[in-house]
Design a protein around this ligand. Structure first.
Ligand SMILES: NC(=O)c1ccc[n+]([C@@H]2O[C@H](COP(=O)([O-])OP(=O)(O)OC[C@H]3O[C@@H](n4cnc5c(N)ncnc54)[C@H](OP(=O)(O)O)[C@@H]3O)[C@@H](O)[C@H]2O)c1
Length: 298
């Protein structure tokens, strides 16, 4: 098939068919959208072609094939190097970049796209590859509200697609913030699995109880967000001092069982610093002040 035949024949083009790009293309195909694909190593498109994708033989052809161009590569430098020579083809199209990077990367790419007459959305896939195409998969986007409004139905085939605002840097800010939050929860979970394991409890048995407990944890988020906005930290969920003491119990118990103490030490040091800077009798959400002010020394 020539690239001319390929011209504007698809709804969406996907450039970069690694682990994530392949799943993105599959989700668009599953939702019934005509999808053109391109990858540096052409063989990675084979399975997608069997599923109905159109293989572009050149990058230029891939960009020209659709009004919506989704790119997913290892980093922004690669995106810039790859798309630079075909930038003229992006004019009048929407570029959606699901490559991971920094807020500065996103701002720079948005400027570059605007300079080439393309609409731009930065984005981040928050739920790994397994859930892509299902409503539980979170995709965050930021940048042109018009581009999001025009293509939101197509982007919704990836999962729950949220537009965070017009600033393209917001997507990587959320990406890194949510990544850190998930790791905070998982680090706590892994420590807990090790601790209950020392008492002979199987990981799956603990996970079942822990999962039941999570709605309580998530319910705290909305409450504590309101407290942080209001700058008032009632002690309904315990004070910083009470939680610091409880964290010492976790530390002692972990030490006593010969476990690593990295996780409780990290949280304990945050609580201790908050107490040392005058928040001991405040509610625990007051630790956000210790973080935002960078109060490092007790
Ligand atoms: N995988 C995940 O679970 C996940 C989750 C969230 C976000 N992400 C983000 O998604 C992006 C892609 O990740 P991935 O897991 O899909 O990576 P990956 O499996 O390593 O795939 C990388 C892709 O980039 C292409 N590529 C690399 N260098 C290139 C170059 N110089 N020119 C042209 N193409 C090039 C590769 O092409 P070849 O096939 O020719 O090598 C391949 O298609 C990353 O920014 C990652 O942080 C990934």
């Amino acid at each position: 098939m020539s690239e001319n035949e390929n011209h504007e024949r698809s709804t969406v083009s996907v450039i970069g068919l690694g682990q994530m790009g392949t799943r993105l293309a599959q989700a668009f195909l599953t939702a019934g959208y005509a999808t053109t694909v391109w990858n540096r190593s052409a063989a990675k498109a084979d399975a997608l072609v069997v599923q109905g994708a159109v293989r572009a033989t050149t990058l230029e052809g891939a960009v020209s094939a659709s009004p919506l161009v989704v790119v997913c590569l290892p980093d922004y430098a690669t995106v810039g190097e790859l798309l630079g020579p075909v930038a003229v083809r992006l004019r009048g199209r929407a570029l959606v970049n699901l490559t991971s990077g920094t807020p500065e990367d996103a701002a720079g790419m948005a400027d570059w796209a605007a300079g080439n007459g393309a609409g731009y959305l930065d984005g981040a896939a928050m739920s790994g590859t397994r859930l892509v195409g299902r409503p539980e998969a979170l995709f965050v986007f930021s940048g042109s509200p018009d581009v999001f409004a025009t293509h939101r139905t197509v982007l919704a085939s990836l999962g729950h697609s949220a537009h965070l605002g017009a600033d393209p840097a917001l997507a990587p800010v959320y990406d890194t913030a949510l990544f850190g939050m998930v790791w905070g929860a998982l680090a706590g979970f892994y420590h807990a699995v090790a601790l209950v394991g020392s008492a002979g409890v199987a990981p799956a048995a603990f996970a079942a109880v822990a999962t039941e407990h999570m709605p309580f944890v998530t319910s705290l988020m909305a409450d504590h967000a309101r407290q942080i906005e209001e700058g008032r930290f009632p002690d309904d969920d315990g004070t910083v001092e009470v939680h610091a003491a409880a964290m010492e119990h976790l530390l002692d118990t972990s030490r006593g069982r010969g476990l690593g103490t990295d996780v409780p030490e990290l949280i304990g040091s945050l609580l201790k610093r908050a107490a040392a800077t005058g928040h001991g009798s405040s509610g625990i959400a007051s630790v956000v002040g210790t973080i935002t002010k960078g109060e490092r020394h007790a």
